[in-house]
Design a binder for this molecule. Sequence first.
Ligand code: A2P
Length: 278
Amino acid sequence: MTFGAVTADGRARVLADGHQMPILGLGIWQVPDGAECVNAVRWALDLGYRHIDTAQAYGNEESVGQALRDSGVPRQEVFVTTKFYPGRRKDPVAEAEKSLRRLGVDQVDLYLIHWPAGGPTWAWPGMERARELGLARSIGVSNFSAGELEDVIAAGTIPPAVNQVQFSPREYRRALLEACQQQKVAVVAYSPLGTGRHLADKTVDRIARRTGRTPAQVLLRWCLQHDLLVIPKSTHRERIAENAQIFDFALSGEDMAELDALDRTNGTDRALERKWWR
Ligand code: A2P
């Protein structure tokens, strides 16, 4: 199958490297290591999620590993993403090995450079090496603008399969999405609910009432209809369940246009309005 194609069950997309990635995943940014994280991941797996998105910087990889083992879901059925912490210019290979030990797995499905600290290209050879060594099945980036993505593609042997960025109707980075699509880089939307802030938006609420869905479902469905993959975060079982009910309805062209118009980035090709690194 070609890049971007949706699998027959409607639940995964094909990456440019040929591997499949579930469209829905659980985000666990800011969930501390321990029972809260283990429970959230366990509930997600019980409720049918097949992608868990963690990172070295989150400090909760051990809980993800614990929940994976406790769940009884076969390892090969769960897509695990982790991210290289680029803060102190460490070696992506050595850091991947540590992640695998914490997660208790032989390989992650996706390994991303968490953000382009110190420039977009220096860590990429190490990411490629991690892939060659079988530590990661696919590799990619996160928080990369269109220009940074171009740089890493020009410098590398293989292109990133994924760019994970903050994306929602209010952060509708149209030019970045188009650049990624042109380069066959799948876009994963983090903070698709605006870390909860967009749930109270009037337009979102109106469309939720019109469609008989919840605001969270409307925001996530908007992402799906823009061909994005999504990783909403929640530590509440009922919300984790609610956020998975997004494959059985569609937003109309009018709904989509109203949501598109909420963009406050002016259709930017940047990944963030403000960088938190130098
Ligand atoms: P909690 O983890 O307490 O359930 P985002 O995915 O954009 O980062 O948003 C995550 C935030 O939105 C979290 O604060 C989470 O709270 C909240 N949240 C996630 N799903 C829902 C939902 N279905 N309804 C209300 N709030 C939600």
